[in-house]
Ligand binder design. Structure first.
Ligand SMILES: Nc1ncnc2c1ncn2[C@@H]1O[C@H](COP(=O)(O)OP(=O)(O)OP(=O)(O)O)[C@@H](O)[C@H]1O
Length: 568
């Protein structure tokens, strides 16, 4: 197979002497049309992380705040004029100020004209439950907070409306996962919630189901006009692709009901999104940069907001996004008492919990299924010591050992490396595509489609695909480069081994650059009952694993197999 049939145009362009986009012609469907660049979230964990984040934070913290009372375009307008509103923060915050010297000033950048395809039912098929699904029952659940509502045992007795139960049957959701058992009644009862559960264990439905249920059960008027919209629920995610996926779940659970939803994300035409908003929507799923643009323009107000959800909450509250989150929460139209705040992630460091507390009502509930920040035990983790010069050779060796390498995600740290590795694999006759923040939005979505449909066996990705993506048939994750934190490692390897399926993760450890991760990797491997290789013991300490549930408020109720009811 020739190289050009294996890899799409932009990668090819990149490989043949720099980015085709940079030289003014993007290949394929993007030619001369989608010539915006995507400032993306991977900047936060990867390329040039340090100084740019500081710069961005300074820039954002100097922005004027709120105060328009839901209309006034004055100050918002100024801000809009100061940057390209379509690109805004690119994806999605974190890139204000431009992290790339080659980027033209924001105001010179062309607006994206990409209108994403309409969602179809085919877009909504997720992973099917695997052989270890029943093992979820054995995972201890810790809950803290006063007057915690009783958890459910089945969807049937969950209080969800018939229309939702029918949808669950269609989706093959027969039994709720532990996080769903606890979250559904908590959210249904109107309480704020911060929750952690392992990757691939159904956190999305854990918040979408009860929210949709309440919106249907206790409807309130949908307020909008041709310039303005008051959503009742806003769900924020750190990446565009994750926002799309959450929207798909919302669509799956609301289609045919009165609930209207919309998605706002960067790299796409704003006019299209605006039209949807002006017709009124109950639920907006969004990335941060784009929703802030709409707020700045006075198109979105929070007067009717009933639910504010942060998926991947630890990521959303870290330096890259925190200022924008606070901007939204402090917005003049936000009425705290009306709002239920809900936060989910597989990883929730103590600092994040402390920060999150200030956004939650004092009687919020904290739920942790299993070890907070622990890796999914259905993923067999293998760490190989490889010098950076040997990595490509080792990659081919690992892929060969997989037999058919269909459904492999290869993570790298830098965007240029993603294209480089994709080109390298393609040259070795392995159909490969790539996803990262320098690819244009249609290309990113096409890459995911090609990987999901098995047209491409391998997806090479940066941090942009590390969190939340739920792709059927991902059998193996390869960390070609180690991520910069062990939490990101947990998210990356969690793209496989989802919903009780088994998965495999192979990570290349180069002592010269990954030394600082050694102790944390030891802990993660031990927590997940995996073998710890000698070189990690050599490079890192090997203290006791401490994933104890730690709520700043006490007491904590622990529920494990056989001890489910006592504390209620
Ligand atoms: N009760 C259920 N029964 C069967 N399938 C389910 C159930 N709940 C969720 N799923 C499916 O499980 C898969 C994983 O769910 P989801 O993406 O919400 O996981 P997650 O916990 O958010 O993972 P991550 O931490 O990686 O974001 C999805 O394909 C979803 O459709």
């Amino acid at each position: 197979m020739s190289y050009s049939t294996l890899i799409d145009d932009s990668v090819q362009g990149e490989y043949r002497g720099g980015s085709s986009r940079r030289s003014g012609h993007s290949g394929g469907h993007g030619r001369g049309y989608f010539n915006n660049r995507n400032n993306d979230e991977e900047i936060n964990g990867n390329d040039n992380y340090g100084w740019e984040m500081q710069k961005n934070d300074q820039e954002r913290s100097s922005r004027p705040r709120g105060g328009r009372g839901g209309g006034g375009r004055g100050r918002g307008g100024e801000r809009v004029n100061n940057r390209n509103v379509d690109e805004g923060y690119g994806d999605d915050s974190a890139a204000v100020g431009g992290r790339d010297d080659q980027q033209p000033p924001a105001s010179d950048k062309p607006r994206p004209t990409y209108i994403p395809p309409e969602i179809t039912d085919e877009d909504c098929c997720g992973v099917e439950a695997g052989i270890n699904f029943n093992r979820y029952e054995k995972i201890a659940v810790n809950v803290s907070g006063d007057d915690v509502p009783r958890h459910i045992e089945s969807f049937k007795n969950s209080g969800l409306r018939e229309v939702l139960l029918e949808k669950l049957i269609k989706c093959n959701y027969t039994t709720p996962t532990p996080i769903q058992k606890y979250s559904i009644p908590i959210i249904n009862s109107g309480r704020d919630l911060i929750a952690s559960a392992q990757t691939g264990s159904g956190k999305t439905a854990a918040f979408v189901l009860p929210i949709v249920n309440i919106l249907i059960n206790q409807p309130s008027d949908l307020i909008c006009d041709r310039n303005y919209c008051e959503p009742q629920c806003v769900i924020l995610a750190p990446t565009r692709e994750l926002a799309i996926q959450i929207r798909d779940v919302v669509y799956k659970l609301t289609s045919g009901t009165c609930i209207k939803q919309s998605i706002l994300y960067g790299g796409t035409a704003t006019s299209h999104q605006r039209n949807q908003l002006n017709n009124g929507v109950h639920i907006i799923v969004a990335t941060l940069g784009r929703i802030v643009d709409f707020i700045d323009r006075g198109i979105i107000s929070f007067r009717s907001l009933r639910f504010f959800v942060l998926d991947e909450a630890d990521r959303m509250l870290d330096m890259g996004f925190k200022t924008e989150i606070e901007y939204i929460l402090n917005h003049a139209t936000m009425i705290d008492n009306n709002r239920q705040t809900i936060m989910f992630s597989a990883t929730l460091a103590d600092e994040i919990q402390i920060l999150a507390k200030s956004y939650l009502k004092p009687n919020y509930i904290f739920v942790a299924v299993g070890e907070i920040g622990g890796a999914c035990k259905d993923v067999v983790q293998e760490i190989i010591e490889v010098s950076k010069f040997e990595k490509k050779k080792e990659l081919l060796k690992v892929l060969k050992s997989l037999g058919d390498c269909q459904g492999t995600m290869v993570f790298v740290q830098q965007k240029r490396n993603a294209d480089f590795i994709a080109a390298f694999l393609s040259e070795n006759n392995i159909p490969t595509t790539s996803i990262h923040g320098d690819r244009q939005q249609p290309e990113r979505e096409q890459a995911l489609r090609d990987f999901k449909s098995s047209k491409m066996k391998i997806l090479v990705a940066t941090a942009v695909a590390a969190r939340g993506l739920d792709i059927k048939g991902v059998n193996c994750v390869i960390n070609f480069d180690m991520p910069s934190s062990v939490d990101e490692y947990v998210h990356r390897i969690g793209r496989t081994g989802r919903l009780g399926n088994s998965g495999r993760a192979v990570s290349f450890y180069d002592s010269s650059s990954d030394f600082s991760l050694a102790s944390e990797l030891n802990r993660i491997l031990k927590q997940a009952d995996q073998e710890v290789p000698p070189f990690l013991m050599r490079d890192g300490s090997f203290g006791d694993v401490d994933y104890t549930f730690n709520d700043i408020r006490q007491p904590v109720h622990t529920y494990d197999d056989g001890d489910k009811e006592d504390d209620w």
